[in-house]
Design a protein around this ligand. Structure first.
Ligand code: FAD
Length: 456
Protein backbone atom coordinates (compact mmCIF):
# COMPACT_ATOMS: atom_id res chain seq x y z
CA UNK A 1 0.00 0.00 0.00
CA UNK A 2 0.94 3.40 0.31
CA UNK A 3 -0.44 0.85 2.10
CA UNK A 4 2.13 -1.67 0.78
CA UNK A 5 5.12 0.40 1.90
CA UNK A 6 4.14 0.36 5.57
CA UNK A 7 4.49 -2.44 8.12
CA UNK A 8 1.16 -3.95 9.11
CA UNK A 9 -0.42 -3.92 12.56
CA UNK A 10 1.18 -6.47 14.90
CA UNK A 11 -0.34 -6.71 18.37
CA UNK A 12 2.69 -8.61 19.69
CA UNK A 13 4.94 -5.60 19.14
CA UNK A 14 3.22 -3.42 21.76
CA UNK A 15 3.55 -3.62 25.51
CA UNK A 16 1.77 -1.65 28.23
CA UNK A 17 3.20 1.88 28.48
CA UNK A 18 0.60 3.69 30.57
CA UNK A 19 -2.58 3.62 32.60
CA UNK A 20 -5.13 5.80 30.84
CA UNK A 21 -5.42 7.42 27.41
CA UNK A 22 -8.17 9.83 26.35
CA UNK A 23 -9.23 10.43 22.76
CA UNK A 24 -11.29 13.52 21.98
CA UNK A 25 -13.56 12.79 19.01
CA UNK A 26 -15.26 9.46 18.28
CA UNK A 27 -15.34 9.73 14.50
CA UNK A 28 -13.18 7.47 12.32
CA UNK A 29 -9.79 8.91 13.33
CA UNK A 30 -10.60 8.94 17.05
CA UNK A 31 -12.07 5.44 17.08
CA UNK A 32 -9.08 3.98 15.24
CA UNK A 33 -6.64 5.81 17.53
CA UNK A 34 -8.59 4.46 20.51
CA UNK A 35 -8.26 0.92 19.18
CA UNK A 36 -4.46 1.04 18.90
CA UNK A 37 -4.09 2.84 22.24
CA UNK A 38 -5.98 -0.01 23.91
CA UNK A 39 -2.94 -2.24 23.25
CA UNK A 40 -0.68 0.09 25.20
CA UNK A 41 -2.83 1.56 28.00
CA UNK A 42 -4.81 -0.16 30.74
CA UNK A 43 -7.92 1.84 29.82
CA UNK A 44 -8.93 4.16 27.00
CA UNK A 45 -11.76 6.71 27.08
CA UNK A 46 -13.09 8.11 23.81
CA UNK A 47 -15.34 11.13 24.21
CA UNK A 48 -17.61 12.86 21.72
CA UNK A 49 -20.05 15.73 21.96
CA UNK A 50 -22.60 13.84 19.83
CA UNK A 51 -24.91 11.05 20.88
CA UNK A 52 -23.28 7.76 19.81
CA UNK A 53 -26.23 5.50 19.02
CA UNK A 54 -25.97 1.83 18.13
CA UNK A 55 -27.63 2.51 14.77
CA UNK A 56 -25.91 3.56 11.57
CA UNK A 57 -27.11 7.16 11.48
CA UNK A 58 -25.39 10.38 10.51
CA UNK A 59 -24.40 12.38 13.58
CA UNK A 60 -24.88 16.15 13.89
CA UNK A 61 -21.15 16.89 14.19
CA UNK A 62 -20.19 14.73 11.21
CA UNK A 63 -22.49 16.24 8.54
CA UNK A 64 -20.29 14.84 5.76
CA UNK A 65 -21.64 11.40 6.70
CA UNK A 66 -24.71 11.99 4.51
CA UNK A 67 -22.46 12.08 1.46
CA UNK A 68 -20.68 9.38 -0.52
CA UNK A 69 -17.78 7.88 1.43
CA UNK A 70 -15.48 5.60 -0.53
CA UNK A 71 -13.28 3.26 1.52
CA UNK A 72 -9.89 2.94 -0.18
CA UNK A 73 -7.53 0.00 0.23
CA UNK A 74 -5.58 1.09 3.36
CA UNK A 75 -8.88 1.55 5.18
CA UNK A 76 -10.15 -1.85 4.10
CA UNK A 77 -6.96 -3.67 5.13
CA UNK A 78 -6.37 -1.82 8.40
CA UNK A 79 -9.97 -2.14 9.57
CA UNK A 80 -9.69 -5.90 9.10
CA UNK A 81 -6.34 -5.99 10.94
CA UNK A 82 -7.63 -3.96 13.88
CA UNK A 83 -11.06 -5.60 14.00
CA UNK A 84 -10.81 -9.14 12.65
CA UNK A 85 -14.06 -10.03 10.92
CA UNK A 86 -14.84 -6.36 10.15
CA UNK A 87 -15.51 -7.13 6.48
CA UNK A 88 -17.86 -10.02 7.28
CA UNK A 89 -19.77 -7.84 9.70
CA UNK A 90 -20.04 -5.05 7.14
CA UNK A 91 -21.40 -7.47 4.54
CA UNK A 92 -23.83 -9.08 6.98
CA UNK A 93 -25.07 -5.56 7.85
CA UNK A 94 -25.90 -4.92 4.20
CA UNK A 95 -22.61 -3.43 2.93
CA UNK A 96 -21.26 -4.68 -0.39
CA UNK A 97 -17.95 -6.15 -1.46
CA UNK A 98 -17.41 -5.07 -5.06
CA UNK A 99 -14.60 -5.40 -7.57
CA UNK A 100 -13.14 -1.95 -8.13
CA UNK A 101 -11.75 -3.14 -11.48
CA UNK A 102 -15.06 -4.21 -13.00
CA UNK A 103 -17.96 -2.90 -10.87
CA UNK A 104 -16.84 0.71 -10.56
CA UNK A 105 -16.77 2.66 -13.84
CA UNK A 106 -14.22 5.43 -13.60
CA UNK A 107 -14.40 8.35 -16.03
CA UNK A 108 -11.68 10.95 -16.44
CA UNK A 109 -10.27 13.02 -19.31
CA UNK A 110 -13.06 12.27 -21.75
CA UNK A 111 -13.36 8.49 -21.41
CA UNK A 112 -13.82 5.59 -19.01
CA UNK A 113 -10.74 3.68 -17.90
CA UNK A 114 -10.29 0.19 -19.35
CA UNK A 115 -11.38 -2.69 -17.13
CA UNK A 116 -8.30 -3.90 -15.26
CA UNK A 117 -7.20 -7.53 -15.47
CA UNK A 118 -7.05 -8.10 -11.69
CA UNK A 119 -9.69 -8.14 -9.01
CA UNK A 120 -9.41 -5.09 -6.73
CA UNK A 121 -11.64 -5.69 -3.71
CA UNK A 122 -13.52 -2.76 -2.26
CA UNK A 123 -16.20 -2.35 0.41
CA UNK A 124 -19.16 -0.09 -0.29
CA UNK A 125 -21.47 1.18 2.45
CA UNK A 126 -22.80 4.41 3.85
CA UNK A 127 -20.39 6.32 6.03
CA UNK A 128 -22.57 5.79 9.16
CA UNK A 129 -22.39 2.01 8.62
CA UNK A 130 -18.59 2.00 8.25
CA UNK A 131 -18.36 3.94 11.51
CA UNK A 132 -21.04 2.07 13.42
CA UNK A 133 -19.24 -1.27 13.13
CA UNK A 134 -16.00 0.21 14.46
CA UNK A 135 -17.87 1.89 17.29
CA UNK A 136 -19.73 -1.29 18.19
CA UNK A 137 -16.56 -3.37 18.23
CA UNK A 138 -14.91 -0.87 20.57
CA UNK A 139 -17.98 -0.68 22.80
CA UNK A 140 -17.69 -4.45 23.33
CA UNK A 141 -14.24 -4.10 24.90
CA UNK A 142 -13.84 -3.86 28.68
CA UNK A 143 -10.79 -1.64 28.37
CA UNK A 144 -12.45 1.01 26.18
CA UNK A 145 -15.16 3.45 27.31
CA UNK A 146 -17.12 5.53 24.83
CA UNK A 147 -18.62 8.65 26.38
CA UNK A 148 -21.30 10.34 24.32
CA UNK A 149 -22.63 13.90 24.65
CA UNK A 150 -19.47 14.94 26.36
CA UNK A 151 -18.04 18.26 25.23
CA UNK A 152 -14.28 18.72 25.41
CA UNK A 153 -13.69 22.19 26.84
CA UNK A 154 -9.96 22.42 27.60
CA UNK A 155 -6.71 20.56 28.08
CA UNK A 156 -5.58 20.05 31.66
CA UNK A 157 -1.84 20.74 31.93
CA UNK A 158 1.05 21.21 34.34
CA UNK A 159 2.10 24.66 35.56
CA UNK A 160 4.50 25.32 32.69
CA UNK A 161 2.21 23.83 30.02
CA UNK A 162 5.00 21.46 29.07
CA UNK A 163 2.79 18.43 29.68
CA UNK A 164 -0.88 17.71 29.00
CA UNK A 165 -2.28 15.84 31.97
CA UNK A 166 -5.85 15.27 30.90
CA UNK A 167 -8.96 16.97 29.55
CA UNK A 168 -11.80 19.00 30.97
CA UNK A 169 -15.20 18.05 29.76
CA UNK A 170 -18.79 19.20 30.14
CA UNK A 171 -21.36 16.41 30.31
CA UNK A 172 -24.86 16.65 28.84
CA UNK A 173 -26.23 17.25 32.36
CA UNK A 174 -24.14 20.41 32.56
CA UNK A 175 -21.59 18.93 35.00
CA UNK A 176 -17.93 19.64 34.47
CA UNK A 177 -15.34 16.96 34.99
CA UNK A 178 -11.62 16.43 34.54
CA UNK A 179 -10.31 13.19 33.09
CA UNK A 180 -6.65 12.55 33.95
CA UNK A 181 -4.65 10.84 31.23
CA UNK A 182 -1.10 9.81 30.33
CA UNK A 183 -1.86 10.66 26.72
CA UNK A 184 -4.57 12.79 25.10
CA UNK A 185 -5.30 12.47 21.38
CA UNK A 186 -7.01 15.33 19.55
CA UNK A 187 -9.26 13.74 16.92
CA UNK A 188 -11.72 16.63 16.72
CA UNK A 189 -11.40 17.03 12.96
CA UNK A 190 -10.75 20.02 10.77
CA UNK A 191 -11.85 22.59 13.37
CA UNK A 192 -9.35 21.32 15.97
CA UNK A 193 -8.46 23.94 18.56
CA UNK A 194 -4.97 22.58 19.26
CA UNK A 195 -3.18 25.18 17.08
CA UNK A 196 -4.89 28.00 19.03
CA UNK A 197 -4.06 26.32 22.35
CA UNK A 198 -0.40 26.01 21.35
CA UNK A 199 -0.24 29.67 20.45
CA UNK A 200 -1.92 30.70 23.70
CA UNK A 201 0.66 28.76 25.67
CA UNK A 202 3.69 30.19 23.87
CA UNK A 203 4.32 27.33 21.48
CA UNK A 204 4.70 27.89 17.76
CA UNK A 205 1.55 26.55 16.10
CA UNK A 206 2.00 24.27 13.08
CA UNK A 207 2.38 25.99 9.74
CA UNK A 208 -0.91 25.58 7.92
CA UNK A 209 -1.17 25.08 4.16
CA UNK A 210 -4.47 25.74 2.48
CA UNK A 211 -5.36 24.93 -1.11
CA UNK A 212 -8.69 26.43 -2.17
CA UNK A 213 -10.99 24.46 -4.46
CA UNK A 214 -14.37 26.09 -3.67
CA UNK A 215 -16.12 22.72 -3.95
CA UNK A 216 -19.67 21.76 -3.03
CA UNK A 217 -21.37 18.37 -2.81
CA UNK A 218 -25.09 17.72 -3.33
CA UNK A 219 -26.27 14.27 -2.36
CA UNK A 220 -29.42 12.19 -2.67
CA UNK A 221 -30.33 8.53 -2.36
CA UNK A 222 -31.79 6.31 -5.10
CA UNK A 223 -33.42 2.89 -5.05
CA UNK A 224 -31.16 0.17 -6.43
CA UNK A 225 -32.14 -3.27 -7.73
CA UNK A 226 -30.37 -5.72 -5.36
CA UNK A 227 -28.56 -7.49 -8.19
CA UNK A 228 -27.14 -4.26 -9.60
CA UNK A 229 -23.88 -3.63 -7.76
CA UNK A 230 -22.25 -1.20 -10.14
CA UNK A 231 -20.97 2.24 -9.27
CA UNK A 232 -19.84 5.26 -11.30
CA UNK A 233 -17.20 7.88 -10.64
CA UNK A 234 -16.89 10.92 -12.90
CA UNK A 235 -13.82 13.01 -12.11
CA UNK A 236 -13.72 16.50 -13.61
CA UNK A 237 -10.86 17.50 -15.88
CA UNK A 238 -10.45 21.09 -16.99
CA UNK A 239 -12.30 22.88 -18.48
CA UNK A 240 -15.06 20.72 -16.89
CA UNK A 241 -15.48 21.60 -13.23
CA UNK A 242 -18.29 19.20 -12.39
CA UNK A 243 -18.34 15.54 -11.57
CA UNK A 244 -20.35 13.00 -9.69
CA UNK A 245 -20.45 9.57 -8.22
CA UNK A 246 -23.01 6.85 -7.56
CA UNK A 247 -21.99 4.21 -5.05
CA UNK A 248 -24.06 1.11 -4.18
CA UNK A 249 -24.75 0.86 -0.44
CA UNK A 250 -26.81 -1.12 2.05
CA UNK A 251 -30.62 -1.38 1.86
CA UNK A 252 -30.58 -1.57 -1.96
CA UNK A 253 -29.64 2.05 -2.41
CA UNK A 254 -27.22 4.14 -4.40
CA UNK A 255 -25.84 7.24 -2.77
CA UNK A 256 -25.48 9.77 -5.55
CA UNK A 257 -23.27 12.78 -5.02
CA UNK A 258 -22.88 15.54 -7.58
CA UNK A 259 -20.10 18.03 -7.11
CA UNK A 260 -18.63 21.11 -8.71
CA UNK A 261 -15.34 22.91 -8.23
CA UNK A 262 -14.52 26.60 -8.20
CA UNK A 263 -18.02 27.86 -7.63
CA UNK A 264 -19.76 25.54 -10.12
CA UNK A 265 -21.87 24.20 -7.27
CA UNK A 266 -24.70 21.70 -7.75
CA UNK A 267 -28.11 22.94 -6.63
CA UNK A 268 -30.31 21.34 -3.98
CA UNK A 269 -33.66 21.15 -5.74
CA UNK A 270 -34.77 18.22 -7.90
CA UNK A 271 -35.08 20.18 -11.15
CA UNK A 272 -31.70 21.82 -10.61
CA UNK A 273 -30.06 18.47 -9.83
CA UNK A 274 -31.50 17.03 -13.00
CA UNK A 275 -30.15 19.95 -15.05
CA UNK A 276 -26.73 19.75 -13.38
CA UNK A 277 -26.49 15.99 -13.98
CA UNK A 278 -27.49 16.40 -17.63
CA UNK A 279 -24.44 18.57 -18.15
CA UNK A 280 -21.97 16.09 -16.70
CA UNK A 281 -19.40 15.02 -19.31
CA UNK A 282 -20.97 11.53 -19.58
CA UNK A 283 -24.66 10.57 -19.14
CA UNK A 284 -24.48 7.55 -16.77
CA UNK A 285 -25.45 9.39 -13.57
CA UNK A 286 -28.16 11.39 -15.28
CA UNK A 287 -29.57 8.11 -16.60
CA UNK A 288 -29.59 6.62 -13.08
CA UNK A 289 -31.45 9.67 -11.78
CA UNK A 290 -34.03 9.37 -14.54
CA UNK A 291 -34.65 5.65 -14.26
CA UNK A 292 -34.59 4.96 -10.50
CA UNK A 293 -36.85 6.05 -7.69
CA UNK A 294 -35.50 8.86 -5.47
CA UNK A 295 -35.59 7.72 -1.85
CA UNK A 296 -34.44 10.91 -0.16
CA UNK A 297 -36.94 13.73 0.28
CA UNK A 298 -34.29 16.37 0.18
CA UNK A 299 -30.86 16.97 -1.30
CA UNK A 300 -28.07 17.46 1.24
CA UNK A 301 -25.36 19.97 0.45
CA UNK A 302 -21.85 20.23 1.86
CA UNK A 303 -19.49 23.08 0.98
CA UNK A 304 -15.78 22.32 1.07
CA UNK A 305 -13.79 25.51 0.48
CA UNK A 306 -10.26 24.17 0.76
CA UNK A 307 -7.92 21.33 1.56
CA UNK A 308 -5.95 22.08 4.71
CA UNK A 309 -2.78 20.62 6.13
CA UNK A 310 -1.07 21.39 9.45
CA UNK A 311 2.61 20.55 9.55
CA UNK A 312 2.98 19.18 13.09
CA UNK A 313 6.04 17.23 11.96
CA UNK A 314 8.01 20.49 11.62
CA UNK A 315 7.46 21.70 15.20
CA UNK A 316 10.52 21.83 17.47
CA UNK A 317 8.56 22.12 20.72
CA UNK A 318 5.35 20.31 21.57
CA UNK A 319 3.80 19.44 24.95
CA UNK A 320 4.34 15.92 26.23
CA UNK A 321 1.26 13.77 26.43
CA UNK A 322 -0.57 15.31 23.45
CA UNK A 323 -1.10 13.90 19.95
CA UNK A 324 -3.23 15.02 17.01
CA UNK A 325 -4.72 12.74 14.36
CA UNK A 326 -7.01 12.60 11.32
CA UNK A 327 -8.61 15.65 9.75
CA UNK A 328 -7.19 17.72 12.59
CA UNK A 329 -3.85 17.23 10.81
CA UNK A 330 -4.99 17.23 7.19
CA UNK A 331 -8.35 17.39 5.47
CA UNK A 332 -8.23 16.57 1.78
CA UNK A 333 -10.49 17.46 -1.13
CA UNK A 334 -13.05 14.68 -0.57
CA UNK A 335 -13.56 13.79 -4.23
CA UNK A 336 -10.49 11.53 -3.97
CA UNK A 337 -11.98 9.59 -1.02
CA UNK A 338 -8.81 9.55 1.07
CA UNK A 339 -9.71 10.83 4.57
CA UNK A 340 -10.76 7.63 6.34
CA UNK A 341 -7.87 5.68 4.86
CA UNK A 342 -5.37 8.33 5.91
CA UNK A 343 -6.87 8.24 9.42
CA UNK A 344 -6.36 4.46 9.40
CA UNK A 345 -2.76 4.78 8.17
CA UNK A 346 -2.12 7.34 10.92
CA UNK A 347 -3.53 5.01 13.55
CA UNK A 348 -1.07 2.36 12.35
CA UNK A 349 1.73 4.91 12.66
CA UNK A 350 0.64 5.50 16.25
CA UNK A 351 0.72 1.75 16.84
CA UNK A 352 4.29 1.48 15.54
CA UNK A 353 5.43 4.64 17.36
CA UNK A 354 4.16 3.15 20.63
CA UNK A 355 5.77 -0.20 19.82
CA UNK A 356 9.14 1.35 18.95
CA UNK A 357 9.64 3.63 21.95
CA UNK A 358 6.63 3.79 24.24
CA UNK A 359 5.92 7.24 25.62
CA UNK A 360 9.45 8.63 25.19
CA UNK A 361 9.32 11.50 22.71
CA UNK A 362 6.11 9.96 21.36
CA UNK A 363 4.66 13.07 19.72
CA UNK A 364 7.67 13.89 17.62
CA UNK A 365 8.17 10.26 16.52
CA UNK A 366 4.48 9.95 15.69
CA UNK A 367 4.30 13.25 13.78
CA UNK A 368 7.42 12.31 11.78
CA UNK A 369 5.79 9.09 10.66
CA UNK A 370 2.46 10.76 9.94
CA UNK A 371 4.19 13.54 7.98
CA UNK A 372 5.44 10.95 5.49
CA UNK A 373 1.98 9.42 5.03
CA UNK A 374 0.26 12.78 4.65
CA UNK A 375 2.95 14.06 2.30
CA UNK A 376 2.28 11.42 -0.34
CA UNK A 377 -1.50 11.71 -0.18
CA UNK A 378 -1.44 15.50 -0.04
CA UNK A 379 0.73 15.71 -3.16
CA UNK A 380 -1.69 13.44 -4.99
CA UNK A 381 -4.79 15.35 -3.92
CA UNK A 382 -3.67 18.94 -4.25
CA UNK A 383 -1.58 17.99 -7.30
CA UNK A 384 -4.80 17.00 -9.05
CA UNK A 385 -6.52 20.17 -7.79
CA UNK A 386 -3.82 22.29 -9.42
CA UNK A 387 -4.92 21.03 -12.83
CA UNK A 388 -7.51 23.80 -12.45
CA UNK A 389 -6.17 27.30 -13.00
CA UNK A 390 -8.46 28.72 -10.28
CA UNK A 391 -6.92 26.56 -7.53
CA UNK A 392 -4.85 28.68 -5.19
CA UNK A 393 -2.35 27.89 -2.44
CA UNK A 394 1.13 26.44 -2.13
CA UNK A 395 1.74 24.18 -5.10
CA UNK A 396 4.08 21.23 -4.40
CA UNK A 397 7.27 21.32 -6.46
CA UNK A 398 7.04 19.41 -9.75
CA UNK A 399 3.22 19.39 -9.80
CA UNK A 400 2.81 20.68 -13.37
CA UNK A 401 5.32 18.20 -14.79
CA UNK A 402 3.73 15.34 -12.89
CA UNK A 403 0.25 16.39 -14.04
CA UNK A 404 1.39 16.33 -17.66
CA UNK A 405 2.66 12.77 -17.21
CA UNK A 406 -0.47 11.72 -15.29
CA UNK A 407 -2.66 13.05 -18.10
CA UNK A 408 -0.89 10.63 -20.43
CA UNK A 409 -1.17 7.80 -17.89
CA UNK A 410 -4.94 8.35 -17.69
CA UNK A 411 -5.35 8.54 -21.46
CA UNK A 412 -3.34 5.33 -21.84
CA UNK A 413 -5.36 3.67 -19.07
CA UNK A 414 -8.51 4.26 -21.14
CA UNK A 415 -7.41 1.55 -23.56
CA UNK A 416 -4.64 -0.37 -21.76
CA UNK A 417 -5.73 -2.78 -19.06
CA UNK A 418 -2.29 -3.01 -17.45
CA UNK A 419 -1.90 0.75 -17.07
CA UNK A 420 -5.50 1.00 -15.89
CA UNK A 421 -4.76 -1.53 -13.14
CA UNK A 422 -1.58 0.27 -12.05
CA UNK A 423 -3.31 3.65 -12.05
CA UNK A 424 -6.26 2.30 -10.06
CA UNK A 425 -3.89 0.91 -7.43
CA UNK A 426 -2.33 4.34 -6.97
CA UNK A 427 -5.74 6.04 -6.74
CA UNK A 428 -6.78 3.44 -4.16
CA UNK A 429 -3.68 4.31 -2.08
CA UNK A 430 -2.64 0.71 -2.53
CA UNK A 431 0.61 1.51 -4.33
CA UNK A 432 2.68 4.70 -4.16
CA UNK A 433 2.70 7.11 -7.13
CA UNK A 434 6.30 6.24 -8.20
CA UNK A 435 4.96 2.84 -9.35
CA UNK A 436 3.50 4.76 -12.30
CA UNK A 437 7.09 5.24 -13.46
CA UNK A 438 7.85 1.51 -13.49
CA UNK A 439 9.23 0.48 -16.91
CA UNK A 440 6.12 -1.57 -17.75
CA UNK A 441 3.96 1.55 -17.33
CA UNK A 442 6.42 4.15 -18.58
CA UNK A 443 7.00 2.66 -22.00
CA UNK A 444 3.31 2.07 -22.64
CA UNK A 445 2.52 5.64 -21.61
CA UNK A 446 5.30 7.23 -23.61
CA UNK A 447 4.96 4.94 -26.64
CA UNK A 448 4.02 7.23 -29.53
CA UNK A 449 1.73 4.69 -31.21
CA UNK A 450 -0.93 2.16 -30.32
CA UNK A 451 1.77 -0.56 -30.32
CA UNK A 452 2.73 0.04 -26.71
CA UNK A 453 -0.87 -0.08 -25.60
CA UNK A 454 -1.60 -3.41 -27.18
CA UNK A 455 1.20 -5.24 -25.39
CA UNK A 456 0.07 -6.96 -22.20
C1 FAD B 1 -18.11 15.90 1.95
C2 FAD B 1 -17.05 14.92 2.41
C3 FAD B 1 -16.93 13.70 1.79
C4 FAD B 1 -15.95 12.80 2.20
N1 FAD B 1 -15.77 11.64 1.51
C5 FAD B 1 -14.84 10.76 1.91
C6 FAD B 1 -14.65 9.52 1.23
O1 FAD B 1 -15.28 9.24 0.19
N2 FAD B 1 -13.73 8.66 1.72
C7 FAD B 1 -12.96 8.96 2.81
O2 FAD B 1 -12.15 8.12 3.22
N3 FAD B 1 -13.10 10.13 3.45
C8 FAD B 1 -14.00 11.03 3.04
N4 FAD B 1 -14.13 12.23 3.69
C9 FAD B 1 -13.25 12.52 4.85
C10 FAD B 1 -13.74 11.83 6.10
O3 FAD B 1 -15.07 12.20 6.39
C11 FAD B 1 -12.82 12.17 7.29
O4 FAD B 1 -11.50 12.14 6.87
C12 FAD B 1 -13.04 11.19 8.41
O5 FAD B 1 -14.28 11.40 9.01
C13 FAD B 1 -11.99 11.30 9.52
O6 FAD B 1 -12.15 12.51 10.13
P1 FAD B 1 -11.87 12.73 11.68
O7 FAD B 1 -12.30 11.54 12.47
O8 FAD B 1 -10.47 13.18 11.81
O9 FAD B 1 -12.79 13.99 12.00
P2 FAD B 1 -14.36 14.16 11.93
O10 FAD B 1 -14.98 13.10 11.13
O11 FAD B 1 -14.59 15.57 11.54
O12 FAD B 1 -14.84 13.95 13.43
C14 FAD B 1 -14.49 14.80 14.48
C15 FAD B 1 -15.21 14.29 15.73
O13 FAD B 1 -14.81 15.08 16.84
C16 FAD B 1 -15.95 15.40 17.61
N5 FAD B 1 -15.68 16.67 18.30
C17 FAD B 1 -15.29 17.82 17.73
N6 FAD B 1 -15.14 18.77 18.68
C18 FAD B 1 -15.44 18.19 19.86
C19 FAD B 1 -15.48 18.66 21.21
N7 FAD B 1 -15.15 19.92 21.54
N8 FAD B 1 -15.84 17.79 22.18
C20 FAD B 1 -16.17 16.50 21.88
N9 FAD B 1 -16.15 16.01 20.62
C21 FAD B 1 -15.79 16.84 19.63
C22 FAD B 1 -17.08 15.49 16.60
O14 FAD B 1 -18.34 15.29 17.21
C23 FAD B 1 -16.72 14.37 15.63
O15 FAD B 1 -17.29 13.14 16.01
C24 FAD B 1 -15.08 13.15 3.27
C25 FAD B 1 -15.20 14.38 3.90
C26 FAD B 1 -16.15 15.28 3.45
C27 FAD B 1 -16.23 16.63 4.09
Amino acid sequence: MISSGHPRYDADRVSRVGGHAVVVGASMAGLLAGRVLADAFRTVTIIDRDPLPDEAVARPSVPQADHVHVMLEPGRVILEDLFPGYGEELLSSGGLGIDNATDLEYYQRGEFLAEGPNRLPMYCASRPLFERIVRRRLAERDDVTLRAECQFTAYDFDGSASRIEGVRIANSDGCNETLAADVVVDATGRTSRTPAWLERHHYAPPVEEEVTVDLAYSTLVLERPSADRHGVMIVPSPPDTRGGTAIPVEDDRWIVTLFGLHGDHPPTDAAGIERFARRLPTPEIHRLLETHEWVSDDVRQYPFPSSRRRRYEDLHRFPDGLLVIGDAIASFNPIYGQGMSVAALEAIQLHHALADGGLADLASRFFDRVGDVVDTVWRMAVGADFEFADTTGPKPLGTDLLNRYLARVIETAQTDAHVSDRFARVLRLEEPPPTLFAPSVLWRVLAPTEVGRRVR
